[in-house]
Design a protein around this ligand. Structure first.
Ligand SMILES: Nc1ncnc2c1ncn2[C@@H]1O[C@H](COP(=O)(O)OP(=O)(O)OP(=O)(O)O)[C@@H](O)[C@H]1O
Length: 461
């Protein structure tokens, strides 16, 4: 916005008749009018001015008597800017082309001769619809912020993780993801891959804890024909499959000792040997490892090699448990509810108040995976349009931990309410104070007491 002046919305008029064009130019006072007399100019204006609404004469040169050029212009415009509202203007008695244009995605049609008032009305209505749709898109984005592809998060704790991922992704650094089970380590690993120059290459994941020790080596490194009984053809391992892309080693803390040595050698030399093979095969992979285990404790116990630990942790990213992400449980629950309701064709719309409270209170030992499972089940079980705490199999009271005293209970509830209010209004102090029914100075005092800053109720510590 420049200097606080309200910018007028842009309207593009595409018309090859110069007389009609100059007449129309003055009919739309509420709009910044752009004009074009053929398809090429229209596309250039669309790119430059991003008009919300377009009136498009279907009879454009080189086919002024027909509609082929106009329809082609329509298709090109909608491919470039699908949200644009295009009103096609046709000759008298040209219903067929008008109908075809609407089928192609035009917002409406209008038949010549032009009545400026009527056309103005249609343009205004199209503009209102554009605004509404834009607002909906904005709200939908705000409702489920996805700071990384496939990752829903709004909490400062997770946004910090996402910023690290964005910085680390373009590098080749071997990255270690530490976080409890179900916190989204694989989601982050995929984001590291997706945002890297290797994105077009393969992403190969292997869970070191899920594969029996005697099979894991051949899974990772592959084998030659005859390497062992039953090896009746040459088989590539996961590392080789990941060539040119990213290898994700989940639960790397469970890697048996012998394989730790072999993995270390691979990370140093970037060459593998298949089981029973003699030749070294160079492989170009970026390695991302993850574990929920405490690797330092494993090292102290002699169960994990320290030299391997240093190799795999060129960069370490700590993923916080769900209960430590302010407001994310609720955000994720809403996003997941929308997704599952759509997938299952159920008209469940939201959560009841007791469900929201239960979600905020629960400790989420199983993290996002637990939340996913509970919401998925609740969408199926819900009798009404709202999911209740019971549908989530969460009891609003049962999860309440034992409290030290009443003052502590009040304090905690107060802190939660202030954080929640700030998040609901994006840190707007006046509105948060209004929501809480307190004055602004009181709210400032409360924020200080609970160590919160205005950026969405983040803890300022
Ligand atoms: N922030 C998030 N937004 C949306 N979905 C998420 C998010 N975090 C995790 N998920 C989903 O939760 C489930 C568990 O995530 P994921 O498998 O990445 O966790 P993990 O930490 O690798 O778990 P484990 O240690 O058990 O392998 C997946 O279905 C994933 O899509």
């Amino acid at each position: 916005m420049t200097g606080g002046t309200q910018q007028k919305p842009a309207l593009l008029i595409v018309e090859d008749d110069p007389g009609l064009l100059s007449q129309l130019r003055w009919c739309f006072e509420d709009f910044e009018v752009l004009t074009a007399k053929d398809r090429e100019e229209a596309i250039a204006q669309l790119r430059r001015g991003e008009p919300q609404v377009v009136t498009l004469d279907l009879g454009l040169p080189p086919d002024p008597g027909g509609a082929s050029e106009g329809l082609a212009a329509l298709e090109e415009m909608l491919a470039l800017a699908p949200e644009t509202k295009v009103i096609v203007v046709t000759g008298n008695n040209d219903r067929d082309n008008a109908v075809q244009a609407v089928a192609l995605g035009a917002y409406d049609f209008y038949q010549k001769p032009v009545d400026a008032d009527l056309l103005n009305l249609i343009v205004q209505r199209a503009h209102r619809l554009f605004e509404l749709e834009a607002e909906n898109r904005r709200l939908a984005r705000r409702d489920t912020p996805e700071p990384l592809p496939g990752l829903v998060a709004g909490s400062p704790e997770m946004l910090k993780v996402c910023r690290t991922v964005e910085k680390v992704a373009p590098t080749n650094a071997t990255t270690l993801l530490l976080g409890d089970s179900g916190t989204g380590k694989e989601v982050i690993a995929r984001a590291l891959h997706g945002l890297s120059p290797r994105a077009k290459g393969p992403f190969v994941a292997i869970n070191c804890a899920a594969i029996p020790e005697n099979l894991l080596e051949s899974e990772l490194f592959g084998y030659e024909k005859g390497a062992f009984t039953g090896a009746n053809r040459q088989t590539k391992g996961k590392i080789e499959y990941a060539d040119g892309g990213t290898l994700f080693l989940d639960e790397v803390g469970d890697l048996p000792q012998a394989l730790q040595a072999k993995l270390l050698r691979f990370l140093q030399e970037r060459v593998i040997e298949r089981l029973g093979g003699r030749e070294g095969i160079p492989v170009d992979v970026r390695v991302v490892c993850a574990t929920h285990q405490d690797l330092s404790a494993l090292i102290a116990d002699g169960r994990f090699r320290e030299d391997l630990f240093y190799r795999i942790s060129e960069i370490t990213i700590h993923i916080p448990p769900l209960k430590e992400r302010s407001g994310d449980a609720h955000l994720l629950a809403r996003a997941l509810l929308q997704r599952y309701a759509r997938d299952q064709g159920r008209s469940v719309r939201g959560f009841s108040q007791d469900a929201i409270q239960a979600i905020e209170r629960h400790d989420w030992p199983g993290n996002v995976r637990e939340l996913e499972n509970r919401v998925k089940r609740a969408v199926i079980m819900a009798d009404a349009s709202q999911v209740t705490a019971e549908d989530l199999e969460l009891s609003p009271d049962a999860d309440q931990p034992l409290m030290l005293n009443l003052r502590r209970v009040r304090d905690e509830a107060e802190g939660r309410a202030v954080r929640h209010a700030l998040q609901m209004v994006d840190g707007n102090i006046s509105r948060a104070a209004e929501l809480l029914g307190v004055s602004r100075p009181t709210l400032y005092d409360l924020m200080k007491k609970h160590d919160l800053d205005r950026s969405r109720g983040a803890s300022s510590a």
